[in-house]
Write a protein that binds this ligand. Structure first.
Ligand SMILES: *[C@@H]1O[C@H](CO)[C@@H](O)[C@H](O)[C@H]1NC(C)=O
Ligand SMILES: *[C@@H]1O[C@H](CO)[C@@H](O)[C@H](O)[C@H]1NC(C)=O
Ligand SMILES: *[C@@H]1O[C@H](CO)[C@@H](O)[C@H](O)[C@H]1NC(C)=O
Ligand SMILES: *[C@@H]1O[C@H](CO)[C@@H](O)[C@H](O)[C@H]1NC(C)=O
Ligand SMILES: *[C@@H]1O[C@H](CO)[C@@H](O)[C@H](O)[C@H]1NC(C)=O
Ligand SMILES: *[C@@H]1O[C@H](CO)[C@@H](O)[C@H](O)[C@H]1NC(C)=O
Ligand SMILES: *[C@@H]1O[C@H](CO)[C@@H](O)[C@H](O)[C@H]1NC(C)=O
Length: 623
């Protein structure tokens, strides 16, 4: 069936060829927000012809313009294209949704301001807050894994230098001469082989001996987004669950990543009318995670679209795992109506309900999720509403944990974003490094937790060096840094028994402003090894990075860091379209962006000041 489809695509009828022409012209004509808007009628007309014509036409344009190999174009657009076609049939030309669509797909619009909405809270913030006091007891350990992106089709000795978004697979046309054969424990141009996960989990079991529990902040599935389906995604999710259960003795509390669906990023809202659902994902979660989270939480997954809450064993700590995909700009289902939906699938209200239950019961809470809520790829509305939740429950929330960026980072939330000071720092998010070697050395984090306050006493990062000559035979996992050992001495007056509080992390950002050596060390840690950093992070890169450390809200920083394209706006200055190429490079969003970019290709200047991992063009793009 797929072969037949491909033949049909390669032999388009004359009429279809004419259509492809029109659509290619419309796509390459998108150079800014206004031209995106003026191209929408063409895209809408195409969508009105039906999914099949839409998919065929865009696929042909993708192949003509040589955006990706034909099979990548075909697979990505066949699976994700119908979602865009569905959107185009449902939003009107002149509403906010059209602008948000242009932003999400082409990254070219100034976003409308946050739509005011007050998150309903069951009770006001109590007058008297419970004070969480440490008794100075021995800390307990927990581990944090993220973005493993295991490629179950990883093939030993296959080509690691290929033309596709990920390599090290047998793509059916094995070349006679393999330039760079895929080695057993992974390559920088490929997602992780299963063996690498074994190695990491065995090391974690040893290094984290006695850990009470682990968290996993999502993205099990590889980046072959053109080749995912409702059969291989759940199978690969369950395979990772089994691997985990085999290697680690403590329970795992996972969260769902944007790659845990087919099509990738596809989480339809409960208001969406379409055959595609994500139920097969929730079923795989329930089947795989039930062994750790128990019956009640398993039932919550079903009723709360992949979110659940569970008590950490032997602690007054409620771990709330949230499916953030309904706030993710690249979940294209979010653009299928003009109506403002403040809380798609009730994820925020579930979070509020759980935090209230924790507050009422005198517990503390950790929020565990895939996507950090304060970055440019988060829908601004939901990011701002999430911030209201943090402000309301800041005394209860003892920690927040995310992944998705593949980098080892932190981000601070403030009571007042106009005055980002140590006194105003109310919450801190730990962002866990990825295991996939595409974006840095494979790594994971370990926490020392105060057993009375559930605050962090230390944060350590462990990595294995894939450039080490012994790596493929005998990978060693070692400490990259300890925040207590390496960062705390830089911050004045942190008593040894004080937790690494939001104020501590804020003070550390103050140090980074003043002490560039310390900042560049942090950047090396962030990318899990200095050799992944192309050049020092200075100027706009440093500003942007520091700004991102100081926000859990998406509307605070002008997006300055990461891959930045300057798009001449015709008025003598340039506007930033930072997201261009920053997400889902091999998914339909990235494909359409690159089609649009074709027209203005000569005008693009890749901003030199950004510190990017070495393979940024291939890696940063694929979150
Ligand atoms: C599960 O839910 C039931 C009913 O709400 C409750 O009585 C029980 O304590 C819960 N069990 C756990 C392990 O939380
Ligand atoms: C937030 O900080 C700004 C700048 O210092 C100040 O003017 C404003 O009053 C503060 N807002 C609140 C609610 O405290
Ligand atoms: C740290 O120890 C000192 C001296 O024992 C004590 O007064 C203080 O309350 C402790 N601080 C914390 C955060 O536990
Ligand atoms: C942060 O810095 C401020 C001002 O220098 C200081 O008063 C405060 O004690 C510091 N807090 C921590 C946790 O380091
Ligand atoms: C700057 O940070 C480095 C650690 O990265 C430290 O060795 C050095 O002493 C710091 N310099 C100052 C002036 O604090
Ligand atoms: C990894 O190994 C390479 C080659 O031995 C070395 O140059 C590099 O500094 C190492 N990186 C880290 C973070 O250990
Ligand atoms: C960085 O920020 C500072 C102040 O916040 C500003 O003066 C400076 O121009 C910025 N630098 C760049 C390169 O953006």
């Amino acid at each position: 069936m797929r072969a037949a489809l491909r033949t049909a695509l390669l032999l388009p009828t004359l009429a279809a060829a004419g259509l492809v022409d029109v659509v290619e012209r419309a796509l390459t004509g998108v150079v800014d927000c206004a031209t995106c808007h003026s191209s929408l009628p063409t895209f809408k007309a195409l969508a009105a012809l039906g999914d099949e014509r839409f998919v065929q036409t865009i696929t042909q344009a993708c192949i003509d313009l040589k955006i990706e190999d034909a099979d990548v174009c075909e697979g990505a657009i066949r699976t994700q294209g119908p979602i865009l076609a569905h959107d185009l049939r449902h939003f009107s030309l002149f509403g906010d949704t059209a602008t948000k669509f242009c932003d999400a797909v082409f990254g070219m619009c100034d976003l409308p301001p946050v739509t005011p909405w007050l998150v309903p809270f069951p009770k006001p913030i109590p007058d008297v807050q419970r004070v969480w006091k440490s008794r100075g007891r021995e800390p307990v350990k927990a581990m944090h894994f993220s973005d493993v992106h295991i490629d179950r089709e990883y093939t030993l000795n296959s080509e690691a230098k290929c033309t596709k978004p990920i390599c090290c697979r047998d793509f059916g046309e094995r070349p006679k001469h393999v330039q760079s054969p895929a080695l057993p424990l992974g390559m920088r141009t490929c997602d992780a082989p299963g063996l690498l996960a074994d190695s990491m989990l065995e090391a974690a079991e040893r290094l984290g001996a006695g850990a009470r529990f682990s968290i996993f902040t999502g993205d099990v599935i590889d980046h072959a987004v053109w080749d995912v389906d409702e059969e291989n995604v759940p199978r690969n999710m369950l395979e990772f669950t089994d691997q985990f259960a085999q290697k680690l003795s403590a329970p795992l509390f996972p969260a769902l990543g944007n790659h845990e669906s087919a099509p990738t990023n596809s989480f339809p809202r409960d208001t969406t009318e379409h055959d595609i659902t994500a139920d097969f994902v929730f079923n795989a979660q329930m089947q795989g995670w039930g062994q750790w989270i128990g019956e009640n939480a398993t039932a919550q997954i079903q009723h709360h679209s992949g979110s659940y809450a569970v008590m950490a064993p032997g602690m007054d700590l409620r771990v709330i795992s949230v499916n953030t995909q309904y706030w993710y700009k690249q979940n294209f289902w979010l653009y299928d109506s003009d109506e403002h939906q403040p809380d798609p699938n009730g994820i925020l209200s579930f979070l509020v309900e759980q935090l209230e239950a924790a507050e009422d019961a005198g517990q503390r809470a950790w929020i565990v999720a895939h996507m950090p809520p304060g970055r440019g790829d988060v829908v601004r509305d939901q990011s701002a509403y999430f911030d209201q939740v943090v402000q309301r429950y800041k005394h209860t929330i003892a920690g927040q944990f995310y992944g998705h960026t593949h980098a080892d980072e932190f981000a601070i939330g403030y009571a007042n974003y106009s005055a980002r000071t140590a006194e105003n720092a109310v919450s801190v998010a730990m962002i866990g490094p990825a295991m996939t070697p595409m974006s840095g050395n494979p790594a994971f984090k370990m926490y020392d937790i105060d057993p009375d306050t559930y605050e962090l006493m230390d944060v350590r990062s462990y990595y294995t060096n894939i450039s080490d000559p012994n790596y493929q035979l005998n990978p060693t996992w070692q400490l990259l840094y300890s925040a207590r050992r390496d960062y705390a001495p830089l911050v004045p007056a942190l008593p040894p028994n004080a937790s690494l509080s939001p104020a501590f992390w804020h003070n550390l950002t103050e140090v980074f402003y003043k002490n560039d050596t310390a900042f560049q060390t942090y950047i090396a840690h962030k990318h899990r090894g200095r050799e992944f950093v192309r050049r020092p992070c200075e100027g706009a890169c440093k500003n942007g990075t520091l700004c991102e450390m100081r926000t859990l809200r998406a509307d605070v920083c002008a997006q300055q860091s990461g891959p930045v394209f300057r798009i001449p706006d015709g008025h003598g200055h340039s506007s930033f379209a930072p997201e261009l190429g920053s997400c889902e490079g091999s998914g339909i969003g990235g494909i359409l962006r690159r089609m649009a970019a074709k027209a203005a290709e000569q005008d693009f200047v890749f901003d030199d000041s950004s510190a990017l991992p070495e393979h940024a063009d291939q890696t940063v793009m694929r979150l």
